[in-house]
Design a protein around this ligand. Structure first.
Ligand SMILES: *Cc1c(COP(=O)(O)O)cnc(C)c1O
Length: 468
């Protein structure tokens, strides 16, 4: 795997045609804005951010072809031609015959959970994802993590750290009974583990087991193209295959895919559920009408469907994803050479800073990653997000769910920032690194019940709690 600076020098495979100015505040201004935002980077105003690495979700820059396609939007309520072009593109690229559009990924998760879950069921997954687990729970299921142990260790260097642990999965099925496991969600790659991929071999084993137990295999495919790239790079059996072919192969193993198009498809809004299971399709299409909109627009405008259709065909061109991952690795290498602890190997959508190793003097009560995200913004105007105890939320008894990983995610929007921006990010985080031992933790000031990381407010702890 190339972490050598020279093989990272892949030029941007695009020219820039429209630009958006960036504002740069002074440090005292940023301190003020941070306090106003309750030390939660989700509550900062975009205008107050210099480099926005909060998320790669819907923050993509579209190609000129995607922009042109917007004009072709057929805004008919029913049976729009845009839907036909979109559904055809999804079927061609992912290989599923049935497609239900949704306003974004969680819309698809909602339809899927409601269609398949009976209260009391258990839904396994390779590490949780926030909205995925919540929709499973709201439908009455319990989530159980069946990822391999290496995923919970930021320093463990494993090529497919997102893999499902077949032993854990089989033990769970034995314990609760296959009839109480309607499906497994396999995130390819695993967002919260740092964008870690799943191997085709592992997916094949999971598929085989699922078939023997009549459990549906669902891929959470928000970034399935990135997963396909890692398979191309690391799995011997797939050497020389195109990303397009590997993606199809992954999908051929699963029954269903749930996709947030705001990631891989290079659009600003959209999602879908695609499946080869006609019964699921019928149920999901029926629920779509209730929660999203008619099954031929799913809460989207015709023009959004057009942008997704073009994006779906563009995203599987090898050079796009190769450049994306090269950018992420470039940032990872710049941080590593300064000694800043990050999750390894670097994944496909962002660099995950190991906040526990960064702030060793803080304890769990200090909301370590939340704090680090706040201080990084204060020092440089770079916005990342917390993936730690705040994101994990509380369990049914109201206790904070224990987490092994406290990470600050620096996510790269697709085709938005240049290498100079990434150098700026690394230099900015180095400033925070220099003053790390002075940095205090945070405490909750207010906390919503669900998906609390989006809207919670915090205040600095009076003193850094005494671990020094
Ligand atoms: C973003 C994401 C989702 C949810 O999609 P939204 O478009 O944000 O609703 C689900 N799973 C994963 C892995 C994601 O990254």
């Amino acid at each position: 795997m190339g972490t050598d600076a020279l093989d990272l020098l892949m030029p941007e495979p695009y020219k820039i045609k429209a630009v958006e100015p960036i504002r740069m505040l002074t440090r005292p201004e940023r301190s003020k804005r941070l306090a106003e935002a309750g030390y939660n980077t989700f509550l900062l105003r975009s205008e107050d951010v210099t480099i926005d690495l909060l998320t790669d979700s819907g923050t993509n820059a579209m190609t000129d072809r995607q922009w042109a396609a917007l004009m072709m939007g057929d805004e008919a309520y029913a049976g729009s031609a845009s839907f036909e072009r979109f559904a055809k593109a999804v079927s061609d690229v992912y290989g599923y015959p049935f497609v239900v559009p949704t306003h974004q990924g969680r819309g698809a998760e909602h339809l899927l959970s409601k269609s398949l879950i009976t209260p009391g069921d258990t839904v396994p997954g390779n590490m949780y994802f926030t909205t995925t687990r919540l929709h499973q729970e709201l439908a009455g299921a319990r989530f159980e993590d069946v990822i391999i142990d290496e995923a919970h260790d930021p320093a463990a260097d494993h090529p497919f750290k997102g893999n499902v642990d077949l032993k854990k999965f089989a033990a769970l099925v034995k314990r609760v009974g296959a009839e109480r496991v309607p499906y497994i969600t396999v995130g390819c790659p695993v967002n919260l583990a740092g964008g870690q991929p799943v191997s085709l071999e592992n997916l094949r084993e999971v598929a085989q087991f699922c078939r023997s137990k009549k459990i549906m295999l669902v891929i959470d495919g928000a970034r399935a193209v990135e997963n396909a790239f890692f398979i191309q790079e690391r799995e011997k059996a797939c050497r020389g295959w195109s990303v397009a072919r590997i993606l199809k192969e992954m999908c051929a193993l699963a029954d269903t895919i749930s996709v947030s198009a705001k990631k891989d498809l290079y659009v600003n809004i959209g999602g879908f559920l695609a499946t080869r299971d006609e019964a699921l399709f019928k149920k999901a299409a029926e629920l779509c009408v209730v929660y999203e909109g008619l099954h031929t627009y799913g809460g989207l405008a015709g023009r959004d469907l057009e942008a997704m259709a073009v994006g779906a065909r563009e995203m599987v061109q090898d050079e796009w994803v190769a450049h994306r991952v090269a950018q992420v690795r470039y940032l990872g290498a710049r941080l590593e050479e300064r000694g800043i602890p990050i999750v390894k190997p670097v994944g496909g959508h962002g660099v995950f800073v190991d906040a526990k190793a960064f702030l060793p003097h803080l304890g769990p009560e200090d909301l370590i990653a939340q704090s680090l995200a706040a201080w990084i913004y204060e020092d440089s105007g770079v916005r990342g997000m917390e993936r730690g105890v705040v994101s994990a939320g509380r369990d049914e008894k109201g206790r904070n769910r224990p987490v092994k990983l406290e990470l600050v995610r620096l996510t790269l929007p697709r085709r938005v920032y240049t290498q100079t921006h990434l150098d700026f990010v690394a230099a900015g985080i180095a400033k925070t690194w220099e003053r790390r031992m002075e940095l205090p933790g945070l405490r909750f000031v207010s906390e919503p019940k669900m998906l609390r990381f989006f809207q919670s407010r915090f205040a600095p702890a009076k003193v850094a709690s005494g671990r020094r």
